[in-house]
Design a binder for this molecule. Structure first.
Ligand code: HPA
Length: 278
């Protein structure tokens, strides 16, 4: 599958962004997964750009839900926030869903924080928990690495994992760690599939993040992945989880999440290439 957009198209998109974003541009970008809108509300917006204005940006598949790129600050620290990621199950290609990653790389982003909503597989996880991602399991049969198989290590940065651990500890935030199982979706998994991937070591399951993480890593960024557990994965709990419960648990965790994200971004903003976290 084609992983790369033509360089000329990326250049035009990047040129457009340079003309629209007030500089200097942050060194850190955050991708806001579903259920994490609260964090977006905390951002002081400097510029907000509809993705559809950006040349060659893949067209939105969901009417009225165009994604946005926000240039702003959180607790004084500059960041770029990506709102409204797209998924392969929407009929997109790999190069379309990772288009924004290529743009970010060309804008000079060094640190990419990928967040997502996920189903909890590990027995200790409950809706509302956050999980620090250490690696991923590819349950889609779609190759993310080029034919030469040059990138087999986890795309998640050890340095950033250590930083997140440290910040969580300092703030007494529970931050279990685990492996993300990447599925194609849009259907949820069968009970048998969840049993199988649990045995294989996955802690959470979701339909995003892995492609973006792999491409970002390949383009030289350091990547951090954090899942918000929004539900028990299929067959993990007898009681079907209701939307209301998910909302309540997400609300309870939003304060801890904001502290964690804010402090991570503040720390990263103080770094530059000369002071790489790794
Ligand atoms: N499975 C896959 N993706 C998900 C889930 C799930 O249970 N919850 C949120 N995203």
């Amino acid at each position: 599958m084609n992983l790369q957009t033509e360089p000329g198209k990326i250049s035009e998109a990047v040129e457009f962004l340079h003309s629209r974003l007030k500089s200097p541009i942050a060194n850190t970008a955050v991708v806001l997964g579903s259920g994490l809108g609260y964090f977006a509300e905390q951002i002081t917006v400097i510029d907000k750009i509809d993705n559809q204005e950006i040349p060659h940006y893949p067209p939105s598949t969901v009417v009225g839900h165009a994604g946005k790129i926000v240039n702003g600050r959180i607790a004084g620290a500059p960041l770029i926030a990506i709102q409204g990621r797209t998924h392969l199950y929407e009929g997109r290609s790999l190069s379309e869903i990772t288009f924004y990653v290529e743009i970010l790389a060309r804008l000079g982003i060094q640190y990419l924080v990928l967040t997502n909503a996920a189903g909890g597989i590990d027995a200790n996880l409950k809706p509302g928990n956050f999980v620090l991602l250490t690696d991923y399991l590819n349950f889609t049969q779609i190759a993310l690495t080029p034919d030469d198989n040059s990138q087999t290590e986890s795309p998640f940065s050890d340095g950033l994992i250590n930083l997140a651990r440290q910040i969580a500890r300092q703030n007494r935030i529970d931050l279990p760690e685990g492996i993300y199982c990447w599925t194609l979706g849009p259907s949820f998994e069968t009970h048998a599939e969840i049993k199988a991937v649990r045995k294989l070591g996955a802690a959470v399951v979701g339909m995003s993040t892995a492609p973006e993480a792999v491409v970002a890593r390949r383009l030289g960024m350091q990547v951090l992945g954090i899942s918000l557990v929004t539900n028990f994965a299929a067959g993990i709990s007898d009681t079907p989880i209701t939307h209301e419960e998910v909302q309540i648990t997400a609300d309870k965790s939003k304060k801890a999440y904001s502290i964690l994200m804010e402090q991570i971004i503040v720390r990263l903003a103080k770094n530059d290439r000369a002071h790489s976290i790794e």
